[in-house]
Design a protein around this ligand. Structure first.
Ligand code: HEC
Ligand code: HEC
Length: 329
């Protein structure tokens, strides 16, 4: 989720202190050209294709037709409704592109730079009017812009999104009112250039290992299954660790508490019931009623919008993990 950006930036601040203690001027000269080179390098990815909106399954289309409805219109309505939910509960596009998708802020700091989320609507300054499905795939799941250069947008969190989820998000974005707003391209400050050059502001186009791996066409079905739980938990591992055992958030803001151990270990959620977990995701509180702190408090506004099935699936996934001591990988 978007908070990971802060994590990335705070890793960089440490690096900056080290660098300024050394040969600062030489470093800047090097960093400026190294960062510019990174941002102008072209990256290659596969060409994905999927329908927008996603069509109804043949059986459903036949049923709608028999009932006198229009399968295309129903497909669009369903896609927009699903997209709206995905944006509220799973994928934080609006954190950076604005609640109305007309543009927003990712980083605005004189030293690091001004990195704004562009306008994604059909209004003046909107970037996506001429986007094909392949263009959407490249930017969202690979971090590569239509001209082949790397975007300063964290696409790792979206790399495992299915075609249908992406298509649904696009259908929703296309349904919102056009906003006129020209958003300037990212400008890196001196520190931002150093961080980019050192890879401390990672570019997804570089960190996503395989730009040719096929994407799943459909997300796991909306039911309380381990498969759905694993899909949803992909957005938790960035902070709670690949095996969800928690510990200090790698490179996190020093003021953050360690991420909780979410495995069934006694130091983790061994004593928790499903009801405790659901309450914690809906109300942002721990089992004993204590308010969860930043950054988890920034995550629960999303989890609070998850459906009962989604929360149950996440819980099943947590329960299926081996019990591991906190922070042990
Ligand atoms: C943490 C902030 C952040 C999040 C979250 C985010 N974006 Fe972005 N996005 C950006 C930034 C910054 C750029 C501009 C990148 C650049 O020009 O280098 C961008 C660029 C884009 C573009 C390309 C615009 C162009 O220049 O052609 C599209 C499309 C886009 N984002 C869609 C999405 C969608 C869809 C999501 C959610 C699935 C999303 N973004 C989530 C920050 C974000
Ligand atoms: C940005 C980092 C981050 C992300 C992403 C994140 N968490 Fe957390 N989470 C934390 C931190 C840090 C804590 C500890 C908060 C505290 O102690 O107040 C925490 C605490 C929790 C707790 C409370 C445990 C307890 O013992 O009180 C639960 C449950 C939890 N997270 C579940 C999740 C789930 C499920 C997801 C994914 C949907 C998730 N978290 C995503 C950082 C994160």
């Amino acid at each position: 989720m978007a908070k990971r950006i802060l994590r990335k930036v705070s890793i960089g601040l440490g690096a900056f202190a080290v660098i300024t203690a050394g040969a600062a001027v030489g470093t800047y000269v090097w960093a400026r050209s190294a960062a510019a080179a990174k941002l102008s390098t072209r990256h290659d990815a596969h060409t994905a294709d999927f329908a927008i909106p996603f069509p109804l399954a043949p059986d459903d289309a036949a049923r709608v037709q028999t009932a006198g409805g229009d399968p295309k219109r129903v497909a669009l309505e369903q896609a927009v409704a699903r997209g709206k939910h995905l944006l509220a509960a799973r994928y934080a596009c609006q954190e950076c592109h604005g609640a109305n998708f007309g543009g927003g802020k990712m980083i605005d700091d004189p030293a690091i730079g001004t990195v704004l989320g562009p306008n994604l609507t059909a209004g003046r300054g909107g970037r996506t009017q001429s986007y094909t499905a392949a263009d959407w795939d490249r930017i969202v799941r690979h971090g590569i812009k239509p001209d082949g250069t790397a975007a300063v947008m964290p696409s790792e969190d979206f790399a495992r999104m299915s075609d249908q989820e992406l298509s649904d998000i696009i259908a929703y974005i296309r349904s919102v009112p056009a906003v006129d707003n020209e958003v300037p391209a990212p400008v890196m400050g001196p520190l931002g250039s150093v961080l980019l050059a050192l890879g401390k502001i990672p570019l997804s186009a570089e960190t996503i290992a395989d730009h040719r791996r096929a994407h799943a066409a459909l997300p796991p079905e909306d039911g309380p299954t381990l498969e759905l739980g694993a899909h949803l938990a992909a957005t938790c591992t960035g902070c709670h660790g690949p095996n969800l055992s928690g510990g200090p958030v790698a490179g996190g803001d020093p003021s953050w508490p360690p991420a909780a151990n979410l495995t069934p270990h006694t130091a983790g959620l061994a004593d928790w019931s499903e009801a405790d977990f659901v309450r914690s995701m809906r109300e942002g509180v721990s089992r004993d009623g204590r308010m969860l702190r930043d950054p988890m408090s920034k995550v629960t506004p999303w989890t609070s919008k998850m459906t009962a099935n989604e929360l149950k699936a996440l819980w099943m996934h947590l329960r299926a993990q081996p019990a591991v001591s906190t922070g042990v990988r």
